[in-house]
Design a protein around this ligand. Sequence first.
Ligand SMILES: [Zn+2]
Length: 113
Amino acid sequence: MTARAYKLASRKVSWLCVITFFAVSLPILGIVLFADDRISGHVSIDRSTVFLLSTPFLCGSFVAGAWVMDLIDRRIGLHCARCGRSLTLRCDPRKVVESGVCPGCHENVIDAA
Ligand SMILES: [Zn+2]
């Protein structure tokens, strides 16, 4: 793979992952906060306590977003042929282009131009 092809693919996957992360996590976050508001209106517990009790669900929305990002990366992301490590998620594309090697196993992944 050339450096240009890697940059284009990396940029595409990164944007898709960011958009998907927020598209998944923000609606869940909104639903949990809406449920907090509705629940606090019907129970005699303080509103802040209801919010505190829902914290795991609030954090879960971000975990769900990260899980979907990982799923997208596994489907359309670039991976090292030797070790299978993602070259588009959780690594710096600039370092991969500069060095031309996988950050995990140091296998050559970018063709020298
Ligand atoms: Zn590797």
